[in-house]
Write a protein that binds this ligand. Structure first.
Ligand code: SIN
Length: 296
């Protein structure tokens, strides 16, 4: 890691670091920006506390990591911050009888963002504008740690398998606008990826699970796929491997979407939560898309 003008405090042995000493409302120099990209590669989740950011700041900071996608289509349509198509609003707040954002106040299940795409996003950032007094924490899990947690016989069984990532339903369990409820996971829409992927530089293996609901292993019957997926999820997605972030207003959290999954705790529906999120595509010039690298 090169000398940086910020501090890095890891929060768990497998992922997460709190970054100190940066005011992100000010422009970042190129050396600082590339050191942050490196820190994200290394720690997978970065937390910046006590920031005061406009949507323009959020777009600028995220843009140091790669090109930004438009806000995704949610249960309430494509909801973005006024004037910023790249800034996705996650909120339970309604204004003039209409939701201003997605995901409501319920649980958002473990998932990686938009793995139903051929090339899912590289990273996401989430900035807290309003937070509830209780609940609404966001959990993170390293998919390297999840793979490592599999018993050896299960590692051998998953090797070489593929998995279909459902495109109909979001992590809050809501149907995306324009989709029908999936009747049969064997034929419902989605994208097939390798179940085990390898880091292009270190070769370390990781699970690529996407999310559990409506997933399917195409080489197996639905019953056999369900049984194996349940076994994998039980072995890999364990509370003791996860780290949950307790939000304060002004927190910015960035995560590497390729090697982590995240989830959100529910919170009281009568308390307000308002988060602005950007989604960062895999930069063309950086490195090969690890999803195309099937682990040997
Ligand atoms: C998400 O799944 O991206 C939302 C996480 C959150 O609301 O904390």
């Amino acid at each position: 890691m090169p000398d940086t003008d910020f501090t890095i405090h890891p929060v768990t042995p497998t992922l997460g670091a709190e970054i100190g000493g940066l005011d992100l409302s000010r422009p970042l120099g190129p050396a600082t920006a590339s050191a942050l990209v490196e820190a994200l590669d290394h720690h997978l989740v970065l937390v910046f506390r006590e920031q005061t950011l406009s949507d323009a700041d959020l777009v600028r900071i995220s843009g140091h990591f790669g090109p930004l996608d438009k806000a995704p289509i949610t249960e309430n349509g494509r909801l973005h911050a006024p004037g910023y198509e790249e800034v996705y609003v996650i909120s339970n707040i309604t204004e003039n009888g209409r939701p201003i954002g997605a995901l409501g106040a319920g649980e958002s299940v473990w998932h990686a963002d938009m793995t139903y795409l051929e090339t899912p996003p590289y990273a996401s950032s989430l900035y807290a504008l309003e937070v509830p007094a209780e609940g609404g924490d966001t959990g993170f899990l390293s998919m390297f740690a999840a793979y490592d947690a599999l018993p050896e016989p299960l590692k051998r069984r998953v090797e070489g398998l593929s998995i279909k990532h459902d495109s109909t339903t979001n992590s809050g369990g809501y149907l995306r606008q324009g989709f029908s409820p999936p009747a049969d996971v064997a034929t419902s829409p989605g994208t097939v990826h390798p179940l085990v992927i390898a880091h292009p530089v270190t070769g370390a293996k990781a699970l690529l699970l996407g999310r559990r609901p409506h997933a399917h292993i195409p080489s197996l019957s639905v019953a056999a796929s369900e049984a194996l997926l349940d076994e994998i999820w039980a072995a890999a997605v364990r509370p003791e491997l996860a780290w949950h972030h307790r939000w304060r207003v002004g927190d910015l959290v960035m995560w590497d979407n390729r090697w982590t999954m995240h989830r959100r705790d529910p919170f009281p529906a009568d308390q307000r939560r308002r988060m602005h999120r950007t989604q960062i595509a895999v930069p063309a010039d950086r490195r090969q898309d690890p999803r195309r690298t099937v682990a040997a």
